[in-house]
Design a protein around this ligand. Structure first.
Ligand SMILES: *[C@@H]1O[C@H](CO)[C@@H](O)[C@H](O)[C@H]1NC(C)=O
Length: 446
């Protein structure tokens, strides 16, 4: 007990140094049992998240952490390919699950359930009204017909998950990132704009997503941004459309003479505003410092935070390897760049780390004398918020409410609805460690 208190004090000292999470130096058996394992389910307030530890994780070395948000109707397993690639690079991933009924999980982000906004309605009149799926959290009588996600406070979901993960894992607090695809990418902008969460993140990676027109907000805290758009994406298009109501507005196209569809902020409007906000130029240059495979990127050189606009020769797809490599290369490239937050805390952190290590060593010695007693007590104690399941590899996950990815990949598509869908992304087939294939596992409701 004294040991635990000492460890807690050491952890607090390190947090005070502003560099690492309270999970550092805390030898939690709940975590250590999973070292060497790939992924574990993390059920929080009805959200079935999946936490993937970095390869070679140890509880004293702070690691970068990425929160990954799935697209519309997805779930945490959409982040499998992303997380397993990050794992090999020593990065932890918490793939989060949004809110809504099964197969309709979503994020309230970028005006998804706030239409009309300052630039009017976010969809053409007569578009399919999806609000009824979210009636539990939305007051649908206020919808103008364009609401299509949960009305819950999705930033809260991120904050709660982050708090839980930082208590469990030793996280480098200067390397916490948000990444997401489609509706999850809209959540990336939301998380960086919301003053409750923005300061917690070094930056974000947005894959095939953008806020609705009138709902782009500047980041509340300086943040790096890399956005990837699909050149053949007709759901959240890269470029502004000529027949959209106003400049810089992209319109989803469903078929030639479709009268329906959702509006999004065009890519360049998003990245240019990001650059200008950070003192950068209005136009990028094609440096291609980050592009990978089919992805090519341009950088707004001179912005105080790296601002990158990428395109890929693909449609509205989540989980493709090239995008994942690009995203992770960007995040890795930002590690240890001195402009990130304050670097003066680093030496404080080192002192605190040394203190924590000393405490740990002392405690290990003490523990030798009481280990049998502790062993007996721990066996009868609750295991905390992890659902302990023997999982290796991840697709044998069997915790209640957590579908195995292989099942998720084949789940029935939501009931067909007339009209143009908001951005439900295609995703390559789901199994972890299976190289993504484009076009597999499509799940458009139409
Ligand atoms: C995009 O940017 C242009 C130029 O600043 C501006 O006129 C336009 O209103 C913007 N559109 C949106 C949807 O933000």
């Amino acid at each position: 007990m004294a040991c635990r208190r000492l460890l807690a004090v050491a952890a607090v000292a390190r947090v005070a140094a502003g560099a690492v999470s309270s999970g550092c130096g805390v030898e939690s058996t709940d975590i250590l049992e999973y070292v060497g394992m790939e992924s574990l389910p993390l059920a929080l307030d009805g959200h079935n998240h999946i936490l993937t530890l970095p390869q070679d994780y140890d509880y004293e070395t702070p690691v970068p952490l990425i929160l990954y948000m799935h697209g519309w109707g997805g779930d945490a397993s959409e982040g499998d390919a992303f997380a397993s690639t990050a794992r090999k690079k020593g990065i932890a991933t918490a793939a989060l699950e949004g809110s809504g009924p099964e197969n309709w999980q979503s994020w309230n982000a970028g005006g998804s359930s706030s239409s009309p906004g300052p630039r009017g309605a976010t969809c053409k009149p007569g578009s399919t009204d999806y609000c009824s799926y979210y009636a539990e959290t939305c007051e649908c009588e206020n919808s103008d017909g364009c609401w299509w996600t949960t009305c819950e406070d999705s930033t809260r979901v991120l904050l709660d998950a982050l708090e839980a993960v930082e208590k469990m894992l030793c996280v480098d607090l200067e390397q916490v990132w948000v990444a997401g695809c489609s509706n999850g990418a809209m959540m990336v902008y939301e998380a960086l704009a919301d003053s409750r969460s923005a300061g917690l993140f070094a930056g974000g990676v947005s894959i095939v997503g953008a806020p609705h027109p009138g709902f782009w907000r500047p980041p509340s805290s300086s943040a790096h941004l890399l956005g990837i758009w699909g050149l053949s994406d007709t759901t959240i298009p890269y470029e502004a459309s000529e027949d959209a109501p106003g400049p810089g507005v992209a319109l989803a196209t469903v078929d030639e003479d479709d009268e329906r569809g959702w509006y999004y902020t065009a890519a360049r409007n998003v990245t240019r505003a990001w650059s200008l906000h950070h003192g950068g130029p209005a136009a990028p240059v094609a440096t291609n410092a980050y592009g990978n495979g089919d992805v090519s990127c341009s950088t707004f050189v001179g912005a105080s935070r790296e601002t990158v606009e990428c395109t890929v020769k693909a449609g509205h797809v989540c989980g493709r390897a090239d995008e994942i490599e690009t995203a992770l290369g960007f995040i890795e490239g930002r590690r240890g760049t001195s402009s990130d937050k304050s670097s003066s805390s680093t030496s404080d952190a080192k002192v605190a780390t040394a203190a924590a290590v000393a405490v740990v060593v002392t405690c290990v010695l003490l523990a030798v004398f009481i280990v049998s007693f502790l062993f007996y007590r721990r066996r009868s104690r609750s295991r905390g918020i992890f659902e302990l399941v023997d999982v290796s590899p991840v697709n044998t996950l069997a915790a209640p409410g957590i579908a195995a990815p292989s099942v998720v990949g084949k789940r029935p598509t939501p009931s067909p609805l007339r009209g143009s869908p908001p951005p439900r992304a295609l995703r390559p087939t789901g199994a972890l460690l299976t190289p993504p294939r484009e076009g597999g596992g499509g799940e458009f409701p139409s």
